[in-house]
Each structure stands twice: as C-alpha cells, then as structure tokens.
Design a protein around this ligand. Structure first.
Ligand code: MN
Ligand code: MN
Length: 316
C-alpha cells in the first residue's frame, strides 16, 4: 500500500544524510498504526566480557541507511505489505539491571497490546528474557529459533540469575517457551563442563552445533526446523556472535569457526511460513567493529527477518 511508512530513498536524500532511523523509516507512527514496530534496546549491563552492546541500536541504524526496500533474492516486499516503522528505544536504566529488565517487559507489553510484531535491535542477550515475558503473556509459550555461539542457559553468572548468558534457562523455568518447539543453532567453543549443551537437550530443545553446519547448505536443516517449531507462535532470537568473527567482529563474546553470512540467510529465509510474533538481533558492540561490518551485517539480517514475517507479499 502506497500510504504505508516507507524507507526514505537515496534519490530523495543522500544515504549519508538525514536522521538515522532504521532503514530511514519516518519514525512518525504510533504503534497502534503499525503491523511491525522496530524498537531499540540499548542495554549492556548483563554482558560478561566486552561491553558496548548499548550502542548496538545506533550502530545498526547507522549502517541500515544503505538498505533498499525490495529483496532481490526472494522478491519480498515487506514495506508494501506491512506498516513498519521505527518506534525508537526503550528507556532502559543503565544503573540497575533488575529495573531495566522490568522496564523492557513493560515497554513490550505496551507494544504488544497494539497487536504489533516487534523487531528488536539489541542490546545484550539479557533483553530476550523480558521480551519473552511479554510475548508469553500475549501469546502463551512460544517456539524459538535461536541462533548463537552460546546456548545461554547458564544457571547463574557470578551468582546472578539474570545476565546475558542465562535468559533461556529462566525462560524455561518461567514457562515462556514451548520447549519441544525450540531449536538452537551455531553452538560451539569452550565450555565450563563437557556436558554444557546437554541441559538444553534435556528440556527438549534441538541443539545444532556448528560442526553440523560447516561447509554445507542449511536449507535441509531448516526444512526440519519448520516442521519442529511450526504449529504455534514463534520468536526468533539472533545473537550476532552466531556468525564467525570474520564477519561479525563487533561483539562481546566472539567464538571462532562460526556460521557464514549465507548460512544466516538460509536460516532466516527458512523461517518463511512460520507464525513469527517477534524477533531480535542482539550483541552488536560497535566499539569493536572498526569497519562497521558487524552493524551492516546485523542491519541486513534484521531486514531479512522482516521479509519472512506473516503477511509479507512476494512479487513473483
Ligand atoms: Mn546469546
Ligand atoms: Mn552468544
């Protein structure tokens, strides 16, 4: 529809000029007028190593200025199909993690009351717990497609129950996930114990370690994943450190030998047809991203996730 919010074109205002909203959307619409709300969560006090993901939303918005509205591979036309706008950031409390988490939940409950799908720019991975609390309050327990180097199911970190390595343990305990409809993809690296990934499996999650992804197309995997996680609402949580640090160096806890960018596109495009109720792209820390590559990749992945949302039309 022509009156949907549209990205500002590069022939109307140079791409390096103007206010850097996500994809140069107008940032002029109330959530009540939208199908998809882009929202930034500038928060990183749950991180365990390098800080900086609080600058993730700005970094992603900065590098998103080059994105154009049509997907040349899938012919998706998300902005023709859906009313999408950048609704700004959550006012997180940078001095108090527990309060910040509660503020995020309240913000998402308010957004979801308007029936929108949320497109989140993180922020460290702590933020998925308060988002899932709001999602489950609205939709009931959700399925999950989780891309990450880490399972993020630690019992505690430094004695704390809420941090960027614990959100999915808490989400299971709180009944926010439909555990048989959860897949974690890209896991690797060193662990505290050799059985670190087994807790996920014991909950019914499918865990796809990165070695099972190396040097192959992930299209067959995603055919299985759609069967596993379909049949109900699904949330996608994409930790940029699921990618190899060659493609995404700007992140807090990098792990070598990760997913490639084409594999990330295969995973996201393989989610087409699922009842996606929200998604996030987390853990972008622009401080360590000397060329902007990580933020650029993140912006493209956010766009690709928009292209597989329910209601998107394809120009084929
Ligand atoms: Mn993570
Ligand atoms: Mn991670």
């Amino acid at each position: 529809m022509a009156d949907n919010p549209q990205p500002l074109g590069g022939n109307e205002m140079p791409r390096f000029a103007g206010i850097a909203t996500f994809m140069r959307l107008p940032a002029a619409h109330d959530p009540a007028e939208l199908d998809v709300a882009v929202v930034g969560v500038p928060f990183d006090i749950g991180t365990s190593n390098r800080p900086g993901a609080r600058f993730g939303p700005r970094g992603i918005r900065d590098e998103s200025v080059l994105l154009r509205p049509y997907n040349m591979a899938t012919r998706a036309a998300p902005f023709d199909s859906l009313r999408i706008d950048d609704t700004g950031d959550v006012a997180t409390n940078p001095y108090n993690l527990a309060d910040a988490v509660d503020r995020i939940t309240a913000h998402y409950r308010s957004l979801l009351s308007h029936g929108v799908i949320t497109a989140t720019l993180g922020g460290d991975h702590t933020i998925v717990l308060p988002i899932l609390r709001a999602m489950a309050a609205k939709h009931g327990p959700v399925g999950l497609v989780h891309i990450d180097a880490h399972t993020d199911i630690n019992e505690h970190m430094f004695g704390e129950s809420i941090a960027h390595g614990t959100p999915f343990r808490r989400a299971v305990e709180e009944g926010l996930l439909d555990c048989k409809r959860v897949v974690q993809i890209g896991m690797r690296g060193t662990g505290y114990a050799a059985d670190d990934f087994d807790w996920s499996r014991s909950q019914g999650f499918r865990v796809v370690q990165v070695e099972d992804c190396w040097n192959r197309s992930l299209v067959p995997l995603m055919n299985e994943v759609r069967d596993q996680v379909g049949g109900g609402p699904v949330y996608i949580s994409f930790d940029i450190d699921g990618l190899d640090p060659a493609f995404a160096p700007g992140t807090g806890t990098p792990e070598v030998a990760g997913l490639t960018v084409p594999q990330a596109l295969e995973i996201i495009r393989g989610c087409r047809g699922l009842d996606i109720v929200g998604f996030d792209l987390v853990e972008v820390a622009p401080i360590y991203d000397s060329t902007g590559l990580t933020s650029l990749t993140a912006a493209n992945l956010v766009y690709e996730m928009m292209c597989v949302l329910p209601g998107v039309e394809y120009r084929d």
